[in-house]
Design a protein around this ligand. Structure first.
Ligand code: DAT
Ligand code: MG
Length: 139
């Protein structure tokens, strides 16, 4: 089922490096509406569950350690074609491969510390948004 929402996290490197405001600005400038937003820090359990699909990958423990290393901003975003358009806005997983003008090209440090998360399907956008927000926190 197609939806017009996606889910994002501004990751610990983006917050540490002072890019929170600039990234949120790029998201709004690109036409996304903020439906929900929170500044929080993932517990180990939350990070493991969120990235469970990568549990067998060699970088999983590094990913969990990194994602719990500092605060993040989690948000639900709305726009027509939200999932695909947001993946275009953030760019490739590896910033070395990310296109000019994308968030990861501008702000990501590396393939692991890559500034921002974006859902990869409407189904995951729904699951990930519900993982972080109750209905009462979505506007
Ligand atoms: P994306 O975040 O672009 O959807 P993904 O779902 O393949 O990428 O991986 C999730 C995250 O895991 C990614 O943002 C950073 C980390 N990651 C992926 N591949 C990695 C690798 N080869 N080495 C280190 N971290 C990696
Ligand atoms: Mg992914």
């Amino acid at each position: 089922m197609a939806t017009n929402r996606t889910f994002t996290m501004l990751k610990p490197d983006a917050i540490e490096n002072g890019h929170m405001g600039k990234i949120i600005d790029m998201i709004i400038e690109a036409g996304f509406h903020i439906k929900a937003m929170k500044y929080t820090q993932l517990t180990e359990g939350q990070a493991k569950e969120f990235y469970a699909v990568h549990a067998e990958r060699p970088f999983y423990s590094e990913l969990v350690a990194y994602m719990t290393s500092g605060p993040i901003v989690a948000a639900i975003l709305e726009k027509e074609n939200a999932v695909a358009d947001f993946r275009s806005l953030i760019g490739s997983t590896d910033p070395a491969e990310a296109a000019e003008g994308t968030i990861r090209k501008a702000f990501a440090e590396s393939k692991g510390r890559n500034a921002v998360h974006g859902s990869d399907s409407d189904e995951n956008a729904q699951l990930e948004g519900a993982f972080h927000f109750s209905e009462a926190e979505i506007f």
